[in-house]
Design a protein around this ligand. Sequence first.
Ligand SMILES: N[C@@H](CCC(=O)N[C@@H](CS)C(=O)NCC(=O)O)C(=O)O
Length: 254
Amino acid sequence: MTTPVPTIGSGITLFTAATPNGYKISIALEELKAIGAIPSYSFVSISFQKNEQKSDWFLKINPNGRIPALVDTIEGQVPVNVWESASILLYLARVYDTNHVFHFSDPAEEQELLNWIFFVQGGVGPMQGQANHFFRYAPEKIPYAIKRYQDETHRLYSVYETRLADREYLVGPGKGKYTIADICTYGWISSYAWAGLSLDSFPNLKAWLERISARPAVVLGTSVPKSNYVKPGDAERAAKEASDWILRGMGHKI
Ligand SMILES: N[C@@H](CCC(=O)N[C@@H](CS)C(=O)NCC(=O)O)C(=O)O
């Protein structure tokens, strides 16, 4: 499978799409830009409809054929390929956030940050991803599967609800500090409605979501690239479009 190979210039190039995992990285890059930790970055919008994420050239960057992925080309060094959203966030924190604005120098606090990053990567992402699949994309509606993944995602949300009872951010002393753990989590929580979930029973999580959504870097990051899912009335078209490429990828005839 081959689609045209994009030119990768110097500096940071993000390969992404308008999805919860993609936005984690564009938000982090906008935050780093805002504090002057990186001068700029480029991005390449990957088309799932054209199956670009499975192109030969892209598989050399991310063998798993999924976004996000990032290439960091530093003069005089071998370009670094980074993939898996949490791995990318940790890379950006380690290499560019040397003042620990969005993570911690204290080992115990940094470990707590890792706990919440692993929690979203190993729990919320996979469960909510399956809730999306069975609620929006599956060719047949299977009530048991929809309920199973929605219930499990809501259960995981209740862990955040308790955590955020007396704090503003997931990790850090006092009421916490906004970090890459929040950014990693935001990608999924902000798209709760797409999976047919509700935040009605989670007021602390809802307040956290609103707090983070208001950050200028989050507003900028969530338009890299722009989503073509415009308004709720458009959900059916957007779901059908996504369902077609997902099912084609699973070998269904569409
Ligand atoms: N665990 C991965 C998940 C990446 C992932 O599933 N990306 C989706 C978009 S959110 C994707 O590229 N899907 C394309 C495909 O399934 O072919 C991460 O955190 O980066």
